[in-house]
Write a protein that binds this ligand. Structure first.
Ligand SMILES: Cc1cc2nc3c(=O)[nH]c(=O)nc-3n(C[C@H](O)[C@H](O)[C@H](O)COP(=O)(O)OP(=O)(O)OC[C@H]3O[C@@H](n4cnc5c(N)ncnc54)[C@H](O)[C@@H]3O)c2cc1C
Length: 324
């Protein structure tokens, strides 16, 4: 197939909020290329209002696939359906939300469409040859790669909260019910358990106080909780605290949650590149570390050199007085 036969930008995420974010960026790319922007909705008993919402947030077309097999996400039928829609309408660009599920889905879709897949892109643009050019972190976040795909469709996955959704407005668009045979997946989910999430999701928090290996015990995280409480924020941590010590279920960084709070306070965190790659979208970064050479100070807007066990309680007291 000649690459000229591909036209349009298509976006998909099983997470509706992220789908709206993809539409925000997709709109910009589609306008640059002067092509149509479409969104795909998959599920069962889908409320058509959702399709209308997608149009309000920038979609020209919404393809809806409604089938009981699609009620819960399963990469196999989802990849099958998305690749069938793409084969029929031939978008030149497909953006997929890089959620855990999206990461399972995108390479499968790429394989079915015999194309490549650029993963967890943080910047997307169109070059003078009308190609999608992306940048993404590589080698554990220590380098940034700029890439484009030599084949179409050009598939890119985009990390959640990388782009903003557009403000909704009344726009014209079309909702298309895409009829397709959906095959039962070869795997069956036998049990689902809800994951315990403490407090608000870190991705959405506007203030985060995070601790690293400078904190000696799980109990000592109480100091951070008290500071976070006064600032109406959440507590987070580095990977070793969660993955090695098991004190928390998730962590901040390139292999964990990427955050963009208004205020990020890093306590007893050295500032390894894998950690700082996940905090760079924070508006203000404050670091507290006893080692004045700690790399975290390079990423920080404000640095306090000293013992966290003295500084954190003093800050909590000061904020308590200030915010009374
Ligand atoms: C492939 C890969 C992916 C990774 N992904 C991530 C990721 O997503 N997120 C992540 O966080 N890490 C990640 N890591 C791990 C990362 O490389 C670092 O090992 C980790 O971030 C270090 O955690 P830390 O800052 O808590 O600990 P340390 O590096 O041990 O730093 C502890 C800091 O506390 C300070 N300190 C000690 N006592 C005090 C005190 N009393 N007062 C003040 N300061 C004190 C020390 O000076 C030191 O700077 C990844 C690693 C790999 C290989």
């Amino acid at each position: 197939m000649s690459s000229n036969e591909f036209k349009g930008v298509m976006v998909f995420s099983e997470n509706f909020e992220i789908l709206l974010e993809l539409l925000g960026k997709g709109r910009e790319l589609a306008d640059k290329l002067q092509v149509e922007l479409s969104a795909v909705l998959m599920g069962h008993n889908i409320d058509e209002e959702r399709g209308k919402d997608l149009i309000k947030h920038g979609a020209d077309k919404v393809y809806i696939v409604d089938n009981p097999i699609l009620e819960q996400f399963n990469a196999e039928p989802y990849a099958d359906v998305l690749s069938k829609i793409a084969s029929e309408y031939k978008p030149e660009i497909i953006l997929i939300g890089a959620t855990k599920r999206g990461k399972e889905l995108a390479p499968r879709v790429a394989t079915k469409l015999n194309t490549g897949c650029m993963t967890e892109c943080t910047k997307l643009d169109i070059d003078e040859e009308r190609r999608l050019v992306v940048t993404r972190l590589v080698y554990g976040g220590s380098s940034i790669a700029t890439e484009y795909s030599r084949v179409k469709p050009q598939i890119a996955t985009v990390s959640p909260h990388t782009f903003e959704k557009l403000a909704p407005e009344e726009r014209k668009g079309e909702i298309v019910k895409f009829e397709v045979e959906v095959k039962e997946p070869r795997t069956k989910v036998v049990e689902r358990k809800k994951k315990e999430i403490v407090g608000e999701r870190l991705e959405e928090a506007s203030v985060i106080v995070a601790g690293g290996r400078g904190i000696r015990s799980k109990e000592d995280f109480k100091l951070l909780e008290e500071l976070a409480k006064v600032l109406n924020g959440q507590v987070g941590c580095t990977r070793p605290i969660a993955a090695d010590y098991g004190w928390f279920t998730n962590w901040i960084g390139i292999s964990g949650v990427k955050i963009k709070p208004k205020l990020y306070i890093a306590v007893g965190i050295s500032g390894a590149i894998q950690h700082t790659a996940g905090i760079m979208d924070s508006k203000i970064i404050v670091a507290i570390n006893k080692d004045e050479e700690a790399p975290i100070f390079k990423a920080a807007d404000y640095g306090i050199v000293g013992d966290l066990y003295k500084i954190v309680p003093a800050l909590t007291e000061a904020f308590k007085k200030l915010l009374k």
